[in-house]
Design a protein around this ligand. Structure first.
Ligand SMILES: NC(=O)c1ccc[n+]([C@@H]2O[C@H](COP(=O)([O-])OP(=O)(O)OC[C@H]3O[C@@H](n4cnc5c(N)ncnc54)[C@H](OP(=O)(O)O)[C@@H]3O)[C@@H](O)[C@H]2O)c1
Length: 279
């Protein structure tokens, strides 16, 4: 039986087992996917022992995504550029690492906003943490015309400028109304709007009607930002789609089948987040 795990510290909250075990059942694959708590001082020994452990690989989440690079045999160009790994697989006795967050975001955008083309789009990204870094790199590679990053801590926004030539602005929120009016795609990558956090205080009035609004926060499933966007008639991209689509990369590497993100899977995980969720 092929087995994989997600490691983090703590790891009890992870919904990855729900996703991967759904796919394993759905495709009739003999495999299993578990959570494995790994404390910070155990990361090196876990990853160095992975090739011999019998596991096909692992997902890596907070707080290990950045530190993992140093303990892998092969790290692909994308993960090196991002300085972070979220997917590890074993091939020929060696551990390999990549990052699937950016691809996961683009796939969720394509699914939720099928008429939207990244090429030539002007994008405004709120936040400049690890998730923003992965998304900005993916947007650059997908041919976005321009990307402006706005973050509370300006230096972190500026650190993203080196990810590609299309990143035109880094700010701490000054000029936001102008940036909003100019953008075709708005993405919240900050933790604001998450259950237990303050809502993102942003008035979407300047946005043009055709602008698409994405939020990578997925608890709640529809954040206050997305609700405001929905009520103004914008196409919205909820964060759960990114979580599901980023998982597909690991599943294919470990279990040998490219899985589909179906409405059934979306509703299964959505109900786990919000028991009142209705399709
Ligand atoms: N849907 C998915 O698959 C997916 C994947 C990854 C992450 N996420 C979600 O995305 C969010 C960010 O994750 P991350 O890994 O990028 O975290 P991170 O590296 O810790 O970055 C957090 C970001 O949020 C900003 N922020 C936090 N509190 C704020 C506040 N009170 N006011 C203004 N800005 C604030 C930070 O600004 P500063 O730089 O100023 O601190 C930073 O830009 C989390 O909610 C996470 O759950 C979703």
């Amino acid at each position: 039986m092929t087995r994989a795990v997600v490691i983090g510290w703590p790891i009890g909250h992870s919904r990855s087992p729900l996703i991967h075990n759904y796919w394993l059942r759905h495709y009739g694959i003999a495999g299993h996917y578990d959570r494995q708590p790994v404390p910070p001082d155990g990361l090196g020994s876990f990853l160095r022992g992975l090739a011999e452990s019998g596991l096909a690989g692992c997902n890596i989440t907070i707080p290990h995504k950045e530190k993992a690079l140093a303990h892998l045999d092969v790290v692909d160009g994308l993960a090196r550029r991002l300085g972070a790994v979220n997917t590890v697989w074993v091939r020929d006795g060696k551990t390999h690492g990549t990052s699937s967050d950016g691809q996961g975001f683009l796939a969720s955008l394509a699914a939720a906003a099928p008429g939207f083309s990244i090429q030539n789009a002007r994008v405004l990204v709120l936040g400049a943490g690890g998730a923003a870094r992965a998304i900005v790199a993916a947007l650059v590679d997908a041919g976005a015309a321009s990307i402006t990053v706005s973050n509370r801590t300006r230096a972190r926004a500026e650190a993203l400028l080196s990810l590609g030539p299309g990143i035109v602005g880094a700010s701490d929120g000054a000029g936001l109304a102008h940036d909003l009016a100019a953008c075709d795609l708005l993405i919240n990558t900050t933790a604001l709007g998450m259950t237990g956090q303050p809502a993102l205080a942003l008035d979407l009035v300047p946005l043009k009607p055709s602008a698409v609004v994405a939020d990578i926060v997925y608890t709640p499933l529809v954040t206050p930002l997305l609700r405001q966007a929905q009520s103004r008639g914008h196409v919205i991209v909820p964060g759960l789609g990114m979580l599901l689509h980023q998982a597909a990369t690991g599943f294919e590497l470990w279990f040998g089948r490219k899985p589909e993100v179906t409405a059934e899977l979306y509703n299964l995980v959505a109900r786990d987040i919000d028991p009142d969720h209705r399709p």
